[in-house]
Design a protein around this ligand. Structure first.
Ligand SMILES: Cc1ncc(COP(=O)(O)O)c(C=O)c1O
Length: 404
């Protein structure tokens, strides 16, 4: 008799975005004349950089001739891209990372979800609360989360690290020592960043206790402040305790194109095994390589022109972030994030719950955001707005919120 993987049956419904869509659809149906502005989702809105488009065209043309045609890509990524990443994202910042420690993939969502499967089922994971939901859901699939505690809204097998206004939305080192620690900075959803000295404490903790940090740096391009590190490998000792995830989605607009990479240094050894070799084995068995044309597009991001264009894209979105921050502050809201990240995290006014504020904003200002509680219990009473809209819509949304 066929049975299914019962760990999958433990998953909760993906309530957050479906509930948002349901409420927006119901409001739109009842109020067809209202123009709704969406500052809820984390997708980009601006077109790909010119240098990326040119690289795509060129690579497509190469596929039209037998002399330049490329079939299966190397499982772990083309050397031209791995070399560019090692040089520009790491060596240029003084980080000791080699091309053979870089694994090219179709994005950080897949890698952040898949990485858990190379670790034992009995590992204890620690995540921030609130958190990007992929880390927890994929560990539920992997049978590591235990049972869901309805009263607390938490999994009893997971160590939660509250991110609150009191700790500046940066978690404290957990008293109960986990095995795998998921950190994401700059953070989705809170928009918080971590200083190099604070991240060094995590690296020291992980090395002291034998933990592995899975460091999601998907929003690295948004870092504006000098004391915020662009990579965990800027910290001393990170080569022996950290895996780093990167995405081309938020810096260069590859959300539809799909490209990312994971770094696993050869010095990261647990249970007598080089973790890098397990990931290479997994990649080689289950993944046939990111498309050639997309990897050429990724390479173009590292050209001088590509870097300039990425900067312009990031600046475009961060202009929105600045206007959201300024607008909310002027309207009396308590806000954070939005300086090193494209997310603004606001405290809902007058003790409103996250969903109550969602309805308030939708019906009174016709603006859609994301209820903080959807990212975890400590997100209750908070709300996320994103800077990924276009300038005019974002300015209009802020004007409407100001008039509330
Ligand atoms: C923290 C975090 N990691 C990873 C991703 C996904 O990145 P990618 O598009 O490369 O899969 C997102 C997307 O919203 C994210 O917020």
């Amino acid at each position: 008799m066929v049975t299914v993987n019962h760990d999958y049956l433990n998953l909760r419904g993906s309530y957050l975005f479906s509930e948002i869509a349901k409420r927006v659809a119901a409001y739109s149906a009842a109020n067809p004349d209202k123009k709704i502005i969406r500052l809820g989702i984390g997708d980009v809105t601006q077109p790909l950089p010119t240098s990326v488009i040119e690289a795509l065209h060129k690579a497509v043309d190469e596929q039209a001739s037998a002399a330049t045609f490329r079939g299966y890509a190397p499982d772990l990524g083309y050397d031209f891209l791995r070399n560019a990443i090692a040089e520009k994202d790491y060596q240029a910042r003084g980080c000791d990372i080699r091309p053979d420690e870089i694994f090219v993939s179709d994005g950080a969502k897949s890698d952040s979800g898949n990485i858990q499967e190379i670790f034992g089922r009995d590992n204890r994971i620690a995540v921030c609360d609130p958190v990007y939901p992929v880390y927890v859901d994929t560990n539920i699939m992997g049978g590591r989360a235990g049972s869901f505690d309805e009263a607390r809204g938490l999994w009893d097998g997971v160590i939660y690290m509250p991110c609150t206004a009191e700790n500046g939305f940066a978690p404290e080192l957990p008293a109960e020592v986990p095995d795998l620690i998921y950190l994401c900075f700059p953070n989705n959803p809170t928009g918080a960043a971590i200083t190099k000295s604070a991240l060094q404490e995590w690296v020291d903790y992980a090395n002291r206790n034998g933990c592995v940090i899975i460091y999601d740096a998907a929003y690295e391009a948004y870092i504006a402040e000098d004391e915020v590190p662009h990579s965990i490998y800027e910290c001393e000792g990170a080569r022996t305790c950290a895996i780093e995830l990167h995405s081309f989605s938020k810096n260069a607009g590859f959300t539809g194109l799909r490209l990312g990479y994971t770094v696993i240094p050869s010095d990261l050894i647990r249970d007598g095994v080089e973790i890098r070799s397990l990931w290479a084995r997994r990649h080689g068995t289950k993944y046939n390589g990111a498309p050639y044309i997309v990897q050429r597009a990724g390479e173009a991001v590292y050209s001088e022109q590509g870097q300039k264009e990425v900067r312009q894209l990031v600046d475009y979105y961060m202009t929105n972030a600045a206007s959201i921050l300024a607008g909310l502050k002027a309207a009396g809201y308590s806000v954070s994030g939005g300086v090193n990240a494209p997310y603004i995290w606001l405290k809902t006014p007058d003790g409103m719950g996250s969903w109550e504020f969602f309805d308030h904003l939708l019906t009174k200002a016709n603006v859609v955001g994301t209820p903080g509680v959807g990212f975890g219990p400590h997100g209750e009473g908070y709300f996320r707005l994103t800077a990924f809209g276009d300038h005019a819509a974002t300015a209009e949304a802020m004007e409407r919120i100001r008039r509330l």
